[in-house]
Each structure stands twice: as C-alpha cells, then as structure tokens.
Design a protein around this ligand. Structure first.
Ligand code: ZN
Ligand code: ZN
Length: 342
C-alpha cells in the first residue's frame, strides 16, 4: 500500500510502499477512503509532541470501510456486543483515542480520555495517511449515513474533541471562538442549532477568516487582540497560542469559563490575577471518550453539520500540512486516496 511516513520529527513525510497491515485479534483492517488533517498532526510532524512512534504513519481522522476483521471482533461497537458479525464493507471512523487500558482509575471512572496507558492513533499507533489502516474495533465509530467519506472525516477530531470542549462551556449563551479553523467551523453549526451566539476571533488582519465566520453565522468576528462588543459567557481557544489565554479571560464575564481545546500551546504569558478573579474558570480539554464520539456523531446529522473541505491527494500530505501551517485552509483539509474523491 502507499503511505506517507514520518521518519523523524521536523522532516517532510515520505511517500513509501508498505505491506498492508494485518489486523490483530481485536482489530479491523480498514481500507482508508479519507483522512482529515488535524493541527495535532502538525505538532507531531514538527516535533512539538514528545516520543511519537517512529517511523509513523500520521492521521487520526480516518474514514474507510472494513475489509477484514480479527478473530475476537464481535461487532465494532462496544455497546452492541451481541456476537453479531461485522456487516460487509461497514463504513467506520477511527478517532484519536486508539486504545485504553480499561483498568486504571481514569478508565474506571468514566474518564478514559485521561487513561494512564492510552494509545493514540497517528501518534503511538499508525494512522490514516495511507491506503489501509488497522484499528481496535472497540474504539471505532459508525459513520452516520448521508455524509460522503471526505465530508465525514473532519468530524472525527475537529468535531469530536471540539464537541468535548464545547460541552465544557455548559449552558453559555455567548461563546467566543479563538481561532476559526476545522473545529470552530464545525462547532459553530451546532452552537447556532442550539440557539447560542458565537463571537469569532482570528489573527489580526485575517479578513477572509473573519468573513468565513460571519458566513457561518457568527454574530461578530474580529481580531483576537480586540475585545468583543459585549462580555462573553465562555470562550474556547482552538489556536495553539498561549497569549490568547489572557485575551480570552479579559473577554469573559464574571463566572465565565475559558476552555483550551488544543493538545499543545506556546507558553502562556503571566497575567494579573484580577482577570481570573470573580470565579472565572480556566481549563483544558484532553483527548476524547467514546461517549463524546457517540453523542456528537448522533447530533451531527440532526443539525445537520456540513464540513467545508479542502481536498488533497494522499501523496500531497506535506502540501496539506503546509497549507494548514500557513493558515491557508478555510474549514478542514482532507486527504483522499485516488478513486475516492467525492
Ligand atoms: Zn486506563
Ligand atoms: Zn486531532
């Protein structure tokens, strides 16, 4: 199979020919149709996340069809352990959470996203920048019908982990989004469906991004250096920039929450206690639970959430990553394997 391989952090991915992987007893062999590109992929390729598997096939927003199953696979979904076999060519999605231990104190308390021994797709495990991938069936999701493969792929991280961050804003009515990329363009659709108002903050001078946010229904958009026209109930920081934390704390009202949605961020500058005072809350969100995924993928078709995608053939993964790095992607970047462009 063709795959894009990371051999060392800081180096471009290399197009290679590898044997198709064999599923272990608990894995599905998946023919990859699409794999969306996440900012986390960029952090891994750039060496900002420590100790990736090497060499590594990146990519953790995989959509494909089941080609073969390991002998212990009952049904790919954990709640449907009826002993049914997997329907032929079932369409599945593989997210960032690839495997958990099921017996640490986090796993046992409904917080498998924090599992001590979690393994992540496209980081500790090979991912979806390839024509085939294997994945533990218990962590895969069924893709809702009505979504073409390439449209569904960004839901698997931009959507799922974005949803976890969004949920942490509780019943906030006015929410600021700092950074308006893949996650934000998905979550604004859910927020509007639920009657909330989104205020979009982008790099100063990013007129296109600000316009894109307004097209998707943001009530206000502007530079992250500005204050919103009125105090917000909550803010989510999607961009990996530490100085946005004091900016967001200044933008939220008393009791407001600021959620950091990314896995990596530049250092946070010091800030006066008074902008945290009055019960403002600052928190991060790490990874996802399977429950987040189930909930979000059930909601997405109801809205219905539509992703805006920028397609790249698999062999142009480096170009896709560079476009993301340079802020050239409106919506989500998605890799497809030749005949699957839809
Ligand atoms: Zn665990
Ligand atoms: Zn991701």
């Amino acid at each position: 199979m063709r795959a894009m391989l990371l051999e060392a952090p800081g180096r471009a991915l290399r197009l290679v020919d590898l044997p198709v992987p064999k599923p272990n007893p608990e894995q599905l062999l998946i023919r990859v149709h699409a794999c969306a590109v996440c900012r986390t992929d960029l952090h891994i390729v750039d060496g900002e996340l420590a100790h990736p598997k090497l060499p590594l096939i990146p990519g953790h927003q995989i959509v494909g069809t089941v080609e073969a199953v390991g002998e212990k696979v009952k049904f790919f979904h954990p709640d449907r352990n009826s002993g049914e076999s997997v329907p032929e060519r079932l369409r599945v999605g593989v997210p960032w959470l690839g495997r958990t231990c099921n017996h640490c104190r986090y796993c046992l308390s409904g917080r498998e996203n924090l599992c001590d021994r979690a393994e992540f797709t496209g980081y500790n495990l090979d991912g979806g920048y390839a024509e085939y991938a294997v994945a533990d069936y218990r962590y895969c999701f069924e893709i809702p019908p009505g979504y073409p493969d390439v449209q569904a792929a960004p839901l698997l991280c931009g959507g799922l982990i974005g949803y976890r961050a969004y949920r942490m804003t509780g019943d906030a009515e006015k929410i600021g989004f700092y950074g308006f990329g893949s996650s934000a363009h998905i979550l604004i659709q859910l927020a509007r469906y639920q009657g909330r108002q989104i205020f979009a903050f982008t790099r100063s001078g990013d007129v296109k991004g600000q316009e894109f946010a307004r097209q998707l229904g943001a009530v206000w958009s502007g530079s992250s250096e500005e204050l919103p026209p009125e105090p917000l109930d909550a803010a989510i920081i999607f961009a990996p920039i530490g100085k946005l934390i004091p900016a967001a704390l200044r933008a939220v009202a008393k009791g407001g929450v600021v959620v950091c949605a990314g896995i990596h961020m530049s250092d946070i500058p010091s800030f006066p206690y008074e902008i945290l005072w009055e019960e403002r809350i600052l928190r991060s969100v790490a990874n996802l639970t399977r429950r987040d995924g189930e909930e979000f993928l059930a909601l997405a078709p109801k809205v219905p959430i539509r992703t805006q995608i920028n397609l790249f053939p698999l062999s142009q993964a480096n170009e896709a990553l560079n476009a993301l790095r340079n802020g050239e992607i409106e919506g989500s970047a998605v890799l497809f394997t030749q005949e699957d462009k839809q």
